[in-house]
Write a protein that binds this ligand. Structure first.
Ligand SMILES: Nc1ncnc2c1ncn2[C@@H]1O[C@H](COP(=O)(O)OP(=O)(O)O)[C@@H](O)[C@H]1O
Ligand SMILES: N[C@@H](CCOP(=O)(O)O)C(=O)O
Length: 320
């Protein structure tokens, strides 16, 4: 359960009173997620998500996320609206945190996607990239490759998380410093399109959520994050070719990757694996003991990293 901050019922009633959404019926902490405090808020006007921003989301970035979701919704992507209060404001304060009330979207987050669902996720990602190519907003990627060493240093002794991890991370940071691409197609990307951030009904994508890592970066980096998140066994040791091909096939229906992007995919995927390995390792060590959250195991992203390092890694990205 990701609830770091508790909400006083009187403060919540006062917050909801700012909106055209009736009065509070219930407000329950949501089990999924690790970054922010999320609540399912039911009012006499309907069902909403209340998010209190924690940890890695800077309040100053919230207007960017509000604008980004407006742009994507106007482009036809299935993203939730940040609801405006009567004065037109989407960003609020409650319990000492910046907060938003967000449109509730139907659908289920998958734990074991099928090839058809991976293909649908690939199409949705590609369609979102088409919409983002024309978006003129920008945000520096605070979780991008230039910041991974900081995350590693802030974690402390990585060998305490897993013996031998420090040497692997140091070696990988050196490799990525030397080989990270510089000139691939770039625009704002989602940067965290894990299955828990895609709502689906059957094989249909009904919601793309959790844009709080969205930032300017390579579109192919977004694709490999999705590849790493959707196509591996739970322990991260095996990439399922049927899932990977379906994802790449779906994406290719919307976006034709350049030769430079195709050549860079294994390196970008190593970077994506390291990024989630490091943030998970950091949170493994630093999550407050009283937070209602299930920490995520870093090890499956070490396993992905090793798989993407293998000589035959390029074939994991073949659409057929
Ligand atoms: N707009 C939404 N509609 C429906 N459910 C949502 C919505 N936003 C979040 N959720 C639910 O809340 C969970 C946590 O939200 P998420 O934004 O992923 O949290 P975090 O930022 O902490 O990772 C999601 O997995 C989903 O179950
Ligand atoms: N997706 C990341 C962490 C961020 O989690 P989310 O709940 O905000 O998607 C991971 O799995 O490490």
């Amino acid at each position: 359960m990701a609830v770091y901050t508790h909400v006083d019922p009187d403060d919540l009633a006062a917050l909801v009173a700012r909106y055209e959404m009736g009065s509070v019926l219930s407000c329950k902490g949501i089990a999924e997620g690790v970054e922010n405090s999320n609540f399912l808020l039911e009012t006499t006007g309907g069902r909403f998500i209340l998010t209190l921003y924690e940890k890695r989301v800077r309040e100053g970035d919230l207007p960017f996320f509000v604008d980004l979701l407006d742009h994507l919704a106007a482009s036809g992507s299935p993203v939730p609206a940040m609801i405006r209060d009567r004065s037109g404001s989407a960003v609020q304060q409650i319990s000492g945190r910046a907060a938003c009330i967000i449109q509730f979207l139907p659908g289920i987050s998958l734990t074991h996607p099928t090839p058809a669902q991976c293909e649908a996720a690939g199409v949705a990602l590609g369609a979102m990239h088409r919409a983002l190519a024309g978006y003129d907003g920008a945000r520096a990627n605070s979780m991008g490759h230039r910041h991974w060493r900081e995350v590693a240093n802030a974690t402390g002794d990585l060998d305490a998380v897993r013996p031998g991890l420090q040497a692997t991370v140091d070696e990988e940071l050196g490799f990525l410093d030397a080989h990270w691409p510089t000139d691939l197609p770039a625009h704002v990307i989602h940067a965290d399109l894990f299955p828990d951030n895609v709502l689906m009904l059957g094989d249909r994508v009904t919601g793309l959520i959790d844009f709080y890592f969205a930032a300017s970066d390579f579109r192919a980096y977004d694709l490999v994050i999705t590849h790493a998140a959707w196509t591996f066994s739970a322990d991260g040791s095996t990439c399922d070719p049927a899932l990977a091909q379906a994802l790449m096939r779906g994406y290719a229906r919307e976006i034709a990757l350049t030769d430079g992007e195709i050549a860079a995919l294994p390196t970008l995927a190593r970077g994506a694996s390291l990024r989630f390995l490091l943030t998970r390792a950091h949170d493994w060590v630093h999550t407050p003991a009283d937070a209602l959250v299930t920490r995520k195991d870093p090890s499956p992203f070490l396993a992905r990293l090793l798989r993407y390092r293998a000589d035959d890694a390029a074939r994991l990205f073949s659409p057929a």
